[in-house]
Design a protein around this ligand. Sequence first.
Ligand SMILES: Cc1cc2nc3c(=O)[nH]c(=O)nc-3n(C[C@H](O)[C@H](O)[C@H](O)COP(=O)(O)OP(=O)(O)OC[C@H]3O[C@@H](n4cnc5c(N)ncnc54)[C@H](O)[C@@H]3O)c2cc1C
Ligand SMILES: Cc1cc2nc3c(=O)[nH]c(=O)nc-3n(C[C@H](O)[C@H](O)[C@H](O)COP(=O)(O)O)c2cc1C
Ligand code: SF4
Length: 673
Amino acid sequence: MAGGGPAIFLCAGTSGNARNRKEILMKRNYPHLCSPITIGNVTFRNRMFSAPMGGTDITNDGCIGPKSTAFYELRAKGGAAAVTVSECMVHPATDGSHAYHLDESILNSLASATYTADAIRRHGAIPSLELSHSGMYSGTYMTDKSRQKGLAQWGPSACTRPDGVPVGELTKEMIADIVRSYGHVAGLAKRAGFEMIMIHGGHGWLINQFFSPYFNHRGDEYGGSLKNRCRFAVEVLQSVRAAVGPGFPIEFRMSGSELFEGGYDLAEGCRIAQQIEPYINLLHVSAGTYQRGFGDTHPSMFKEHGCNVYLAAEIKKHVSVPVATIGGLNDPAQMEEIIVSGKADVVYMARALLADPQLPNKVMANREGEIVRCLRCFTCMAERAATATRRCTVNPLIGRELEGDTVYPAPEKKKVLVAGGGPGGLYAAYTAARRGHQVILCEKDGELGGILKSEQALPFKREMYELAGTYAALARKAGVEIRLNTAVTPELAEAEAPDALIIAVGSAPLVPPIPGLDGDNVVIVNNYYKEKDKITDDVVVFGGGLAGCECAIHLGQEGKRVHLVDMRDALAPDANVRHRPLLLKEIERYATVHTGCKGLEVRSDGIVCETKNGERILVPGTSVICALGQRSRTAGVDALRDCAPFVRVIGDAAKVSTITNAVYWGYHAALDI
Ligand SMILES: Cc1cc2nc3c(=O)[nH]c(=O)nc-3n(C[C@H](O)[C@H](O)[C@H](O)COP(=O)(O)OP(=O)(O)OC[C@H]3O[C@@H](n4cnc5c(N)ncnc54)[C@H](O)[C@@H]3O)c2cc1C
Ligand SMILES: Cc1cc2nc3c(=O)[nH]c(=O)nc-3n(C[C@H](O)[C@H](O)[C@H](O)COP(=O)(O)O)c2cc1C
Ligand code: SF4
């Protein structure tokens, strides 16, 4: 194992008297994950590194800016050993992406980068900067796709992209200029205080395009043989080394395999790694390409956690530099095993550190039970594509770090009553208790979680179910009194006389008056976890929104014959733009789809539907899942509106929506008290 074995931690007692000081051995639950590692001439405090997470909140002139600095600083505060700031585009002339640049001619460019590196370093983390060039996919992150198409795109070889965009072949002069700019920008990054450079050679961007037999058809010394396809990367690394000097850690991020037909495979990935190895200090093995395998590069909820670790483990057998791995990692036990078994020396996390930036600190302090786990729901990446902002479903701070990440005690302690123990109510109660209020949360059901309870039946959404348990544990630890089987009524509110009431009573399933929908063969999707046995081998899922589609996939995975019916033409229009394409792929595998079909009657042998041209058909199935949507519990809200001086309605009770809004509104309701 590179970087040595587990560290022994000797902490001094705090008696103040040197002679009475006792040495206390802090026994970490995950000693290998928590042990330092030296890469180049830099020692990192543990093996948990923060992966590149995009140039969102960039300033108009391509500077990192205060918002983004606050985002990265939170990762450093949370205990990650390295924090990678991304993505810095090295050559704007051939890569017009809207991203960070480091350019002395832009006022404040170097200053911005310096403030960012400084904000990371002051919390004990090593700031690293990812240098990149998108090549033929330049402009991918632009929300204005027409502008993206107006750019000049350059790649190893001329071609026309599937979206019709022409790509020019880089000349040798252009290549030389790009190589030079990598070195120049690396030198500036070092001057700004970055102590590691990550060269992005994976995910389908320019360096990867040169590696790839699929994209690179050059006949000169940059194409053809493996050595030639690696030449551009090697020249880039030599240019960077010349700029930063010996010992300065250079990390190379590559895809262990492109994971598509015609791209390079793992065997070739190993040989690429061997070509690169002499020029680097850390090899970072990721997977796939952004354009052709988004759900591989960013493993979706339909994949195993750590599904790409095998790539790093295999490559590690062929190189002697330390190797990092990544992909859907959020469980300290799994990450510890990766290090112990020698599959990798470092684990990187991206989304896990959005969901809980404090994850490394919690692991170091043996508080792993308090980690808020990433759901792999892709809200973060979808927001970036849709609105160019940052957001995370389970963490209301993300994208808003500049507004402050500390929950301060309230100046006046109040009595707060929370109605409803779904995600919104739980997060509101937790936050209010952290502010020092006396908080009582009442849940009318016998179990917390609200709608999240229904997710326990779907293995790929189990983390969504477990989220309620994590929030509940955090709320209890913060001092919330939780009362189960207790509905908040006006009478209860009158008896408790709270200063503030947060109404988080959620929504109820929508069951329209369609004949037969109240039959014994029908299960409401929210209740499926309790009534699984009622579902036969031939099942119709009635309603093709997010909830219906996910249930259909699960039933298909269980080996059932699944028909999916929706009167709309599109499935899951409520799913986010990143999750939806992956969801639809799974639907193709597991269900027969009937869109544009209006359900008229539920029978014991299926659902009678009317097609768009007025034809009546029977969609066959002996049991039915009803997934026709939700409706706010408006009557419950109206009954409670006047039950306290301060009243706030949050989550589905205010508007049928998402966990994201329930948590975000719950957090802010508690801050407002
Ligand atoms: C099947 C399904 C799948 C979904 N999947 C996703 C997803 O993948 N991602 C996503 O972001 N969103 C998803 N949603 C939406 C998401 O679950 C909701 O937006 C979210 O649960 C709303 O949280 P909440 O706390 O406002 O309400 P709820 O989760 O509805 O919780 C409300 C709670 O209040 C309790 N309650 C009601 N009345 C009272 C009362 N008077 N006193 C005390 N307690 C009361 C209820 O028993 C319930 O426990 C899904 C919804 C469904 C139906
Ligand atoms: C919001 C977001 C932005 C990302 N931006 C970048 C980026 O700029 N450069 C990059 O190399 N990878 C980027 N990635 C990919 C991650 O670094 C990582 O490889 C991927 O998310 C898989 O890791 P995870 O499962 O821990 O999230 C981004 C991921 C997320 C979630
Ligand atoms: S938005 Fe969803 S996928 Fe992204 S970090 Fe948060 S929980 Fe994970």
